[in-house]
Design a protein around this ligand. Structure first.
Ligand SMILES: [Zn+2]
Length: 292
């Protein structure tokens, strides 16, 4: 694959958009993670540190640090110099005028929803963080990115249901159009219609890693499962578990509610399945995991 986009040098990025000092407030409001560009850290090189060691410490590959830091020469870092450390492997790209971030995502073979979330759910960003390693010509792409139509779901053996009774779907997973304003948005989960107060259950055993209010998600419970899988239960009326708690299939996590900014009007559980990848926790179509 030939990359024709100009890589945006981080040094100029810092002066143009005030990188690392600007924490967009909309991220909190929408429930999206803060944009990757606002989550860079600085690392001052200490005596005895090598590029490889520093990369390893931040769970990155050295190539990512090389492309982000023009002051790294021939893979060498000098003591006392400062490095920009991105939250994931990836590169910073300026969206060419007349193009959209979706076209940049397609060029780098990054899932649009992953790109959208990593960049803080901005609709029209001028500069984007492209997660993954597809910009590296010599990296096998299969190890870096989950392709949009992959059947990764078949290798993970999670199958369950988050409600006591099978529910109808209020809004399906995927790109959807808001009938009110015609705007297209990505629905990262499925809305399962259920009466207010219905118990919400864990679909598989796992660890509670999040259990509190989170922007548009409202009251949110996140469970990490074996095999790099994660389930999310949002818009809850109440939360009945705590972070760090181990849960089993069918354990009650909370109740159906209308907290946050639900995407469907009828009371429902917003349920997500995500899998761990180089692009962070990437949403999967929950359909393949729901079984009652
Ligand atoms: Zn929803």
């Amino acid at each position: 694959m030939k990359i024709s986009y100009r890589l945006f040098l981080l040094s100029s990025l810092i002066t143009t958009v005030g990188l690392t000092s600007t924490l967009p407030t909309h991220a909190q409001a929408t429930g999206c993670p803060a944009p990757a560009l606002s989550r860079f850290q600085r690392h001052k090189v200490l005596r005895g540190e090598t590029l490889e060691k520093i990369a390893q410490r931040y769970n990155l590959i050295p190539e990512t640090l090389i492309v982000m830091n023009p002051n790294v020469n021939n893979g060498r870092v000098s003591v006392g110099s400062e490095l920009q450390i991105p939250p994931y492997n990836g590169i910073v790209v300026e969206v060419p005028s007349g193009q959209t971030w979706r076209q940049v995502a397609a060029q780098y073979k990054v899932r649009p929803d992953a790109m959208f979330e990593v960049n803080g759910c901005q609709t029209n960003p001028k500069i984007v963080f492209v997660p993954g390693l597809n910009w590296l010509p010599n990296r096998p792409q299969t190890t870096s990115v989950i392709p949009a139509n992959s059947n990764t779901q078949s290798r993970i053996n999670i199958s369950g249901y988050p409600l006591a009774q099978a529910a109808s779907v209020g809004l399906a997973y995927g790109w959807q159009m808001n009938p009110q304003d015609g705007k297209v948005f990505f629905h990262s989960g499925v809305d399962l219609l259920a009466p207010l107060g219905s118990p919400v259950e864990a679909i598989a055993p796992g660890n509670v890693v999040f259990a509190q209010e989170q922007g548009s998600y409202g009251n949110l419970v996140i469970i990490n499962h074996a095999g790099g899988m994660q389930s999310r239960y949002a818009q809850l009326g109440s939360i009945k578990v705590k972070v760090g708690q181990q849960v089993n299939t069918g354990d009650v996590l909370g109740t159906v509610g209308t907290t946050g900014q639900p995407s469907s009007k009828e009371p429902h559980l917003h349920f997500e399945m995500r899998s761990s990848s180089s692009q962070g926790w990437v949403a999967q179509d929950p359909k393949g995991y729901l079984n009652r």
